[in-house]
Design a binder for this molecule. Structure first.
Ligand code: ZN
Length: 302
């Protein structure tokens, strides 16, 4: 099953991003299409689909058309780019009444592999915006490789920066008899939502190390039989969610209240009731998240 934000249909041939002349030729091709973004949110049509524009239109609505980022070729061969329109909202509004939509709602609406294009555009544009300066010497960075590398403009430094991805482990812990699963909520999460526990991986950790540390820290458990279940790019701004199932060696929880607002065991019957009742005091996470799909998988639905 392809999870939301995954299964990207765009393809970039090896070496193409290194060739500036070829990239420019792709931009000006008649079939080239650009996904405009404002504050990292994509433009959508009135019906909620992605709204692609031509190179000619990019020139009339974007502050700096040369900042277009190459995303890849669509299955029909059409070159696809994304462009941050910058401060040109007025020019945009003169061109169209189509709006820019929050990527969570766009993803929930599209619900197919176009969500991966949204994730790609959002993550890469945000990465560039947050790395204007070289982290080694503080000089300006220049965008290269069609948006996939930042080059320090100080010739005595020359540091190269590549897009960053932050891995997160997300863990569906079950009891030894597999009749209960462990769900919780971190501080700062929206009220009512319950989900498998999760945490950022730290340098020097394997996936298993990170899971064992998180589970020990958050609920005082040790676990065994860690099984990889699936993964999902999570563009807020550029995480990779690594979904695993694991079996708890104990039942008794010691909830770390500094880390979690809540954690407890749930039977399948309890979880099915929560799924059926979206107005209850506990609810599933958004269906665009891997955690939602892991909970459905444990119920046997997926
Ligand atoms: Zn530098």
């Amino acid at each position: 099953m392809a999870l939301p934000f995954s299964g990207n249909p765009l393809f970039c041939p090896d070496g193409l991003r290194e060739d500036e002349i070829k990239l420019h030729r792709l931009k000006i091709r008649e079939d080239a299409l650009f996904l405009p973004c404002f504050k990292f949110d994509p433009a959508t049509t009135e019906s909620g689909d992605l709204f692609w524009i031509s190179w000619k239109v990019v020139h009339s609505v974007a502050t700096d058309p040369n900042r277009a980022i190459f995303l890849g070729h669509a299955p029909d061969g059409s070159p696809r780019f994304t462009i941050d329109i910058g401060n040109s909202l007025e020019a945009w509004n003169n061109f169209t009444s189509n709006l820019f939509q929050n990527i969570r709602s766009v993803a929930a609406y599209l619900a197919d592999n176009r969500t991966a294009i949204v994730a790609q555009a959002h993550s890469i544009l945000k990465w560039i915006a947050n790395h204007l300066f070289c982290s080694r010497c503080g000089s300006n960075n220049a965008v290269s490789l069609g948006g996939y590398r930042l080059d320090c403009t100080n010739p005595t430094c020359g540091a190269l920066t590549f897009p960053r991805i932050d891995p997160v482990v997300i863990i569906m812990i079950t009891s030894r008899d597999n009749n209960k699963c462990l769900l919780g909520r971190s501080h700062g999460y929206p009220d009512k939502i319950i989900s498998p526990l999760a945490g950022f991986m730290e340098p020097g950790e394997s996936i298993e190390d990170a899971i064992n540390r998180e589970i020990r820290e958050e609920v005082g458990l040790s676990c065994t039989d860690i099984r990889f279940w699936g993964n999902q790019p999570w563009p807020f701004p550029s995480n990779l969610m690594l979904g695993c199932f694991a079996t708890a060696e104990q039942d008794r929880l010691t909830v770390n209240e500094d880390e979690l607002a809540f954690a407890d065991w749930f039977t399948r019957k309890q979880l099915e009731e929560i799924l059926r009742n979206p107005d209850g005091d506990k609810i599933f996470p958004q269906s665009i998240s891997i955690s939602y799909h892991m909970m459905r998988a444990w119920l046997g639905d997926e």
